[in-house]
Design a protein around this ligand. Structure first.
Ligand code: PHE
Ligand code: ZN
Length: 849
């Protein structure tokens, strides 16, 4: 029975665990409905811990037996674990428990996916496997024996013994339980090998279900590139004899960095040109790097408690973005990251779910794997690096690894390393970790007698539970340009520490044009009254590629807002400036494709709301449609030329060059389709030799209302491939007319291939609806009701995925009273569902306010 109100956990209440764990031995006797887990744990009192009763976490376990030093004991079972009288000194704890992986639909703990056993323990899933101090500051050395009929039996560390029906693994590196993993099944390996910088040979494997073995080559190359990069850039070498990756179809998140045994959502590792888009390839490469990089930032140095999650995640996201910048294009990666940051993190930071990068309390930790912890956490690392410089950043990181290897650390430890390595006081910088909300940075400027001055002021709106905000350190990268386009001040970092602060530049012959917040040097909202002429100038001349893109984006946003609020026509100056960029063959095609993208519906809704207006989702969608039509007409001569120019004759490669060319050609195709009714898109669809081309063409056909035949053909061609069919589900919804999006979604939930048990399929369907604001926010409330129906159905099976999808409602206060009322009714309906999970209850409680 669930009864007691869920407990709130506070950072301030942290206390060390009563015991240290010297070693853990686990035996698994696998069986779908009755797996036995036998544990032998060597405990020793922790001299640094406050006095407390002995407690082990455990949930949903059937206790078969327990003993201390070989003598049977009868522990007291509680809802969340057990307590027991234990000796004062060291002792050996043994238990046997029974669990039922086949019935585990939450995909946390030990579960089954397509007949294979796998685990997911982060954050608190290990307690669903056996009784244990399931907290990241308890680190130990694990030995695992797996007994099962499956041909492949994997766990962490190095293999030590293997025979008919069993395998034994030993991990020499102390680790917290959340990094434990086990996989068993009929799997095939795509093998590889890597020689580390010190000459050790490491066996690599990507394990997949039979049939997927032709989709591993790219992931293997990405893994090797990551291993080399971490040696070269961070001096970090791999530390086991073997590194295994396993692809799993049913997985709540992207992937998991279990020591030596990374487990991936199959969508984040399997890739082939026929079935994956360029964007998929780029994402897979980044996630493989991310999980691999965790071996040092997360595993060798882990988190003391879950409030410190950003210690591993912010740093590891930062590291994987550096990797992508190095192996692809740094400006393109930065622009893509900022688009995502604004779409997900700014949205979170400006709504009811806003929380600090290091939260101070939580009910369910799974609800804090957020864009704020990950992406804003990574931005903080980037700011630190900008503030201290590259050389000091490298010294601080060396010190971090040297000082904290093998430890479970805090943000204080992290900042102290930077203070010690650089002599800087980071007291004020720490506010970035403690204060939620996106700072508004407003700027004015003046020019007199050769002196140019920028006046900045910062202000952060209140967020839930935090009314007052103190000024933060903001690194503001600026450059100055002459009216003729020459740079008179190369990129310079201004360090703002006050609420208001001015910076002057002397000796200028004419009033310069400022390029502010270059490369997006801080995660803030820049507010500056400026002319469209100046934006067009920066779009044409800025030497900072990010700000060049940003100028175009601002121009587009401004024009769209005037179209929405004043019924203005599309801005000709914008169309001209954009065309100039689009036709400039000296610019990277990938950059041009990004420049031709428009602000999202959600971005415009937030902008309107910030300006004091109530956004109308339908009007926003209409303005975007009108502008795209105007772009197509304005560039009607250029588009066919661009399209033809960037067709690729060579064999498919998912690298930055080909990806950029295809992105530009497909951007041209999307506009062209608005002029030719989809004729060119149909030709591309019919002749496509890779998924990037096929899916782009299919999207164009759907958008112009000519997708019916392709919908049938696509399904017939790909019905055997789950990941491709996910695309088929989501694209039909994403490209539907907003008035029909809810009906299309509802119809697809009735398709025989729809299942809510697979998180990818659920997200491909309901998630696609919520990602289409004009469709989801249909004035009738039908979108809200459909989502709520499915959240109510999914919650008892999979609380984690249900709770994440609740964020679709997080922007509800932006909208009109009618929509707010409809959403609130759905929030209340879900909240009144009996036995609602703690995950979903917490999310909806926070959203509802
Ligand atoms: N730690 C994983 C990552 O960032 C994410 C994750 C969290 C996966 C929780 C599963 C469960 O790489
Ligand atoms: Zn991570």
């Amino acid at each position: 029975m669930k009864d007691a109100a869920p407990q709130t956990i506070h950072l301030a209440d942290y206390a060390a665990y009563s015991h240290l764990v010297d070693s853990v031995h686990l035996t698994f006797r696998l069986s779908p409905d009755a797996t036995r887990v036998i544990s032998r744990i060597v405990f020793r009192p922790n001299p640094d811990a406050p006095a407390q009763p002995f407690f082990l976490h455990g949930e949903g376990l059937r206790l078969i037996s327990a003993s201390i030093d070989g003598a049977p004991v009868t522990p007291t079972l509680t809802e969340t674990g057990l307590t027991c009288d234990v000796p004062d000194g060291p002792f050996v704890w043994e238990t046997e428990v029974e669990i039922a992986p086949a019935g585990n639909t939450a995909l946390e703990g030990l579960y089954m996916s397509n007949g294979m056993y796998c685990t997911q323990c982060e954050a608190e899933g290990f307690r669903k496997i056996t009784y244990y101090p399931d907290r990241p500051d308890v680190m130990s050395i694990f030995t695992v024996r797996i007994e099962g009929a499956e041909p492949v039996l994997l766990s962490n560390g190095n293999p030590v013994a293997q025979g008919a029906g069993f395998a034994e693994w030993h991990d020499p590196w102390p680790k917290p339980a959340y990094l434990f993993a086990l996989v068993a099944g009929e799997l095939l390996a795509h093998p590889g090998e890597f020689t580390t910088q010190s000459g050790r040979k490491v066996t690599l494997n990507i394990w997949v279900r039979p049939g997927d073995e032709d989709k591993c080559a790219f992931g293997m190359e990405a893994l090797k590139a990551s291993m080399r990069w971490d040696e070269q850039v961070y001096g970090r070498e791999y530390d086991l004899d073997i590194f295994n990756i396993v692809a799993v179809d049913d997985f709540n998140m992207g992937a998991m960095e279990n020591k030596g045994l990374n487990i991936f959502n199959s969508s984040c590792v399997l890739a082939s040109p026929e079935t994956s888009t360029d964007a998929n390839f780029e994402r897979i490469e980044a996630i493989i790097a991310h999980e691999y990089f965790h071996n040092w930032t997360g595993n060798r140095i882990t988190c003391r408690d879950w409030f410190q999650l950003c210690l591993k995640e912010g740093l590891t996201v930062y590291r994987d973005s550096q990797f992508t910048s190095d192996v692809r294009s740094a400006p393109v990666k930065r622009i893509e990251d900022v688009i995502q940051l604004r779409a997900r993190q700014f949205r979170e930071d400006n709504g009811p779910l806003a929380h600090p990068v290091r939260p101070e309390s939580f009910v369910e930790i799974n609800n804090f794997y957020t864009a704020t912890v990950y992406e804003k956490g990574a931005e903080l690392i980037g700011m630190l690096k900008t503030l201290v410089g590259d050389a000091d950043y490298a010294r601080a990181l060396d010190l971090y690894f040297e000082r904290h290897d093998g430890q479970a650390c805090t943000i204080e430890d992290w900042l102290k390393v930077f203070e010690d390595a650089t002599g800087r006081d980071l007291g004020q910088f720490k506010r970035w970790y403690a204060q939620a909300g996106t700072p508004r940075l407003s700027v004015t400027d003046e020019f007199a007698d050769g002196r140019y001055t920028l006046h900045f002021s910062q202000q952060t709106p209140p967020t839930p539970g935090q009314d007052q905000k103190d000024p933060r350190v903001i690194p503001i990268a600026v450059g100055l340009l002459n009216p003729n386009g020459d740079e008179v001040l190369p990129t310079t970092v201004l360090e703002m520490t006050q609420a208001s602060q001015s910076f002057s530049f002397d000796g200028l012959a004419t009033r310069p044009i400022p390029s502010i917040l270059r490369n997006f040097s801080a995660p803030v909202i820049l507010e500056r009254a400026t002319s469209n002429a100046e934006r067009a100038f920066l779009l044409a001349h800025d030497t900072d590629p990010f700000n060049r893109w940003e100028a175009g984006r601002a121009l587009a946003r401004d024009g769209l807002i005037r179209m929405i609020l004043e019924g203005a026509a599309p801005d000709t100056a914008f169309l001209e400036a954009l065309q100039a960029v689009a036709r400039d063959d000296s610019l990277d095609p990938a950059f041009r494709a990004l420049a031709m993208g428009l602000p999202s519906q959600d971005d415009l809704a937030q902008t309107l709301f910030d300006m004091g207006h109530t956004p109308d989702p339908q009007a926003i969608w209409q303005a975007l449609e009108t502008l795209k039509q105007a772009m197509a007409q304005h560039m009607q001569d250029l588009l066919p030329r661009l399209y033809a120019q960037y067709q690729i004759e060579e064999a498919y490669r998912p690298d930055a060059t080909q990806t950029g060319a295809r992105a530009l050609a497909n951007t041209a195709l999307a506009l062209l389709s608005r002029l030719d009714g989809g004729a060119q898109a149909q030709r591309q669809y019919d002749s496509a030799g890779n998924m990037t081309q096929q899916l782009a063409a299919y999207g164009c056909l759907l958008t112009v209302g000519k997708g019916t035949a392709a919908t049938t053909a696509f399904y017939e061609q790909w019905k055997h491939d789950r990941l491709v069919i996910d695309k088929w589900f989501s694209l039909q919804i994403a490209c539907a007319d907003p008035a029909e999006a809810v009906d299309v979604t509802r119809a697809l939930t009735k398709h025989p291939d729809f299942t809510m048990k697979n998180p990818n399929r659920f997200r491909a369907t309901l998630g696609a609806l919520t990602a289409s604001p004009a469709g989801f926010h249909q004035a009738t409330g039908a979108g809200y009701a459909l989502l709520a129906d499915w959240l109510i159905r999914l919650d008892p099976l999979n609380p984690q995925t249900t709770a994440r999808m609740c964020s679709a409602f997080e922007t509800w206060r932006r909208y009109d009273a009618g929509r707010q009322g409809l959403i609130k009714a759905q929030l209340d309906r879900i909240l009144s569902t009996p036995n609602l999970s703690r995950d979903t209850a917490e999310m909806l409680g926070r959203i509802r306010g």
